[in-house]
Ligand binder design. Structure first.
Ligand code: NAD
Ligand code: GLY
Length: 356
């Protein structure tokens, strides 16, 4: 088992990573009161709810099952959790346990941040994406019909339990989407990790437990360092959005139904690398290497057909944009990213014309 710490003073917490860490009694140790509400969904409950409840046999425990899907990441679904908390007379000492992917984790964290002005919560992420990204760092929230993740709070969990055993049941496409976020850490801040990923991509795709544990540990270490330095995204945390501005345009254009988030991020990272090469910041060879790594993960490297004006318009709706001006995460080298508004817009036009 590996442990990575997120250092945030009195809100610091551990991330436990490994095979069967759920069974290693970490969960109970991070629950301060007697009451627990496990939040999960209809797909994950038959797979892992019983196992989780077995770890909670000493607590007064209840579970709520949400419908499965990004379209249910809404205030209305959050309302169902508040209803259950109140109906079950859960008090301020209750701990919410999020058992699932990023959707369950983000909603549960938001409810934990707001129920009685804040109660404890624990993350048990069950997708690779959630284990390497969404369960760590305290971004919680729900979608609004006019924008993704537009309602939310920064609220840290008391611990994260990333059990690689749960990834055995993850659909192939979801695994590949999670790998996109792993590649992201290599591209933005760790060239050596990128070398490792190239050498171990087949092991990751084959769900080799050692390879998965290493990739999750390195990813969480990077995320923990960035979050500890810039919890509320005043600066460098925005680097974690490499590929996301391009990716969000693809997700919005395709109605959040055809492309998984990680797939859009994979293509977005290829487009960010292409723009970085167009600006002369990285070589053509590094741009081609980025594309090869993304493709090796089984991810798309090209967006769907769409007018470049439409692509640009959707990119401008990004949360990073300031005064309508697009800010992007671009590469100065593989392993070194920057957040910048300072790029030649005609280079972006050329990339969009070529790709979209
Ligand atoms: P998800 O939560 O929708 O899970 C993907 C699918 O896999 C779902 O159908 C789910 O039921 C199923 N599933 C989950 N675990 C499983 C398992 N072990 N076996 C079989 N099936 C399983 O998607 P996701 O990719 O985990 O998360 C995406 C969400 O995360 C988005 O809403 C995104 O906005 C959010 N996100 C948040 C952050 C953050 O920092 N908070 C970061 C990145 C993404
Ligand atoms: N997923 C980006 C962040 O947590 O900041």
């Amino acid at each position: 088992m590996k442990t990575v710490r997120v250092d945030l003073d009195d809100r610091s917490y551990p991330i436990y990573i490994g095979n069967d860490v759920l069974g290693a009694e970490h969960l109970a140790q991070h629950i301060p009161g007697r009451q627990v509400l496990v939040v999960t969904n209809e797909t994950i409950a038959p797979l892992y709810l019983e196992r989780t409840l077995a770890e909670l046999s000493d607590f007064q425990c209840d579970a709520v099952l949400l419908p499965d899907g990004e379209r249910y990441k809404t205030l209305e679904t959050a309302g169902r959790i508040y209803d259950r908390l109140l109906e079950s007379r859960m008090d301020r000492q209750v701990t919410l346990v999020a058992l699932g992917g990023g959707v369950v984790g983000d909603i549960t964290g938001f409810v934990a941040a707001t129920y009685q002005r804040g109660v404890h919560f624990v993350q048990i992420p069950t997708t690779l994406l959630a284990q390497v990204d969404s369960s760590v760092g305290g971004k919680t929230g729900v979608n609004h019909p006019l924008g993704k993740n537009m309602i939310g709070a920064f609220y840290q969990p008391r611990c994260v339990i990333a059990d690689t055993r749960t990834l055995a049941t993850l659909p192939e496409r979801e695994l590949q989407a999670g790998i996109a976020e792993v590649v992201k850490y290599g591209l933005i801040r760790d060239a050596a990790f990128l070398d490792w990923l190239e050498a171990h991509m087949s092991a990751l795709l084959a769900r080799d437990p050692e390879a998965l544990t290493y990739a999750i540990e390195q990813s969480c270490r990077h995320k923990a360092e960035v979050v500890a330095a810039d919890e509320r995204e005043a600066g460098q945390r925005a680097l974690l959005n490499l590929g996301h501005t391009f990716g969000h345009a693809i997700e919005t254009h395709t109605g959040y139904s055809e492309w998984l988030h990680g797939e859009a991020v994979g293509t977005g990272m290829c487009m960010a690398a292409r723009l970085s090469a167009e600006l002369g910041w990285i070589s053509e060879a590094d741009c081609a290497r980025t594309e090869r790594i993304v493709a090796a993960a089984g991810l798309p490297t090209r967006p769907p057909r769409m007018a470049s004006e439409r692509f640009l318009e959707l990119m401008a709706v990004d949360k990073k944009a300031i005064g309508g001006k697009i800010r992007l995460v671009l590469l100065k080298a593989l392993g070194h990213a920057v957040v910048t508004q300072d790029f030649d817009p005609s280079a972006l036009d050329r990339v969009l014309a070529e790709y979209a």
